[in-house]
Design a protein around this ligand. Structure first.
Ligand code: HEM
Ligand code: HEM
Length: 131
């Protein structure tokens, strides 16, 4: 059971990278931009939800299954919390951007990219506490 979180978590991070690649392509002139934008906008909320679910699952898993770990004291907890906060910022600015907020359109990719860079740290710190 303790492996459920790491495995699904790794899947969530891989999806995040894919969504970020789609997003970053939107800033270049590409053919069929509307299609890429639609795929990014459709997948991204799922990745966001999955990330929040993984945060909760990680805490639950640590609390219930890992007597050897102290809750909320790992680097993995810190990077996971920051990742969830940055991605929340990206999700909020995505909404504002759709209502025409130009500042949000500037901020949205930076928050998303920062969260995606943290994915590497999340994976590395996760491996270190994997049983
Ligand atoms: C969306 C990605 C992820 C998020 C948001 C996340 C978040 C968390 C959080 C908040 C905890 C609780 C830590 C504590 O209380 O100190 C945790 C536990 C843990 N995480 Fe992650 N994590 C993610 C992905 C991963 C990945 C990819 C791995 C493995 C490579 C991993 C391995 C672990 C392990 C081993 C634990 C201890 C609980 C257990 O054994 O199931 N996590 N995670
Ligand atoms: C929290 C998850 C995310 C949500 C809900 C989200 C949502 C959206 C939406 C709805 C759009 C507008 C698409 C359109 O033009 O129709 C968009 C655009 C964009 N997103 Fe995301 N996104 C998320 C994460 C990311 C990430 C991780 C990146 C990585 C850098 C990113 C980069 C971009 C870029 C560059 C654009 C194009 C902005 C423009 O120039 O119009 N997004 N996003």
């Amino acid at each position: 059971m303790a492996y459920v979180h790491p495995v699904v978590g790794a899947l969530a991070l891989a999806l995040l990278v894919y969504v970020a690649v789609l997003g970053l392509r939107l800033r270049q002139s590409i053919p069929r931009r509307a299609e890429v934008a639609a795929r990014h906008a459709r997948l991204a909320p799922w990745v966001y939800g999955l990330t929040l679910a993984m945060w909760a699952a990680g805490v639950l898993s640590t609390w219930a299954l890992r007597a050897d770990l102290e809750l909320a004291s790992s680097r993995h907890f810190q990077s996971g919390t920051l990742l969830a906060i940055l991605l929340s910022g990206s999700a909020i600015t995505a909404r504002a951007m759709q209502r025409g907020n130009r500042r949000a359109r500037e901020l949205h990719p930076w928050l998303g990219a920062a969260a995606t860079l943290l994915a590497a740290a999340q994976f590395a710190t996760g491996l270190r506490i994997t049983p």
